[in-house]
Design a protein around this ligand. Structure first.
Ligand code: SF4
Length: 162
């Protein structure tokens, strides 16, 4: 009984191995080896800064010509150069782009409504994303200062609430 069970399992295992082996050969999709090389050149941070869902997707897009060789924001010029080398392209030096939020919130931002609730930014943010016209800037209630008391030189008057 034990021998027949063992033989049955062995037969099943062998059949499965044969089926998987044939399927892997039939269903194999050849991938451009440059995709792997470009992916190796990318930082692997998968931060999405390039607008793609990760470095693997960025590498695929670069090789397929859907994204430029310098699409990686996080990697900088060195990464761009390595990617361009794999692709046989040349990249020009570009000034780094730095995001600048012009709306700083606080007293300078225009009011959307007058908030008289709990003096806490999180509470205010729950009401139409805060009382300021710009939803990106500081709400000015100092919750971050209260929370991060360690940031002593980062005083309310000087930096947050202008
Ligand atoms: S920006 Fe660079 S590091 Fe971030 S996901 Fe895109 S390719 Fe990867």
């Amino acid at each position: 009984m034990i021998t027949s069970s063992a033989l049955l399992l062995l037969g099943l295992g062998f059949s499965a191995a044969v089926i998987l082996s044939v399927a892997s050969r039939l269903l194999y999709i050849e991938e451009d080896p440059r995709i792997r090389d470009v992916e190796m050149a990318l930082p692997g941070a998968n931060c999405g800064g390039c607008g793609l869902p990760g470095c693997a997707a960025a590498a695929k897009a670069i090789v397929e010509g859907k994204a430029p060789a310098d699409v990686c924001i996080a990697g900088g010029m060195d990464t761009n150069r390595m990617v361009a080398e794999v692709m046989g392209l040349k990249v020009e030096y570009k000034e780094p782009q730095i995001a600048m939020v012009r709306c700083i919130g606080g007293k300078r931002a225009d009011q959307l409504y007058i908030y008289e609730g709990a003096q806490d930014c999180r509470a205010q943010a729950r009401l139409y994303e805060g009382s300021k016209q710009c939803t990106l800037g500081c709400l000015g209630l100092g919750s971050c200062v209260k929370r991060y008391a360690l940031l002593k030189p980062f005083t309310w008057d000087r930096t947050i609430y202008r």
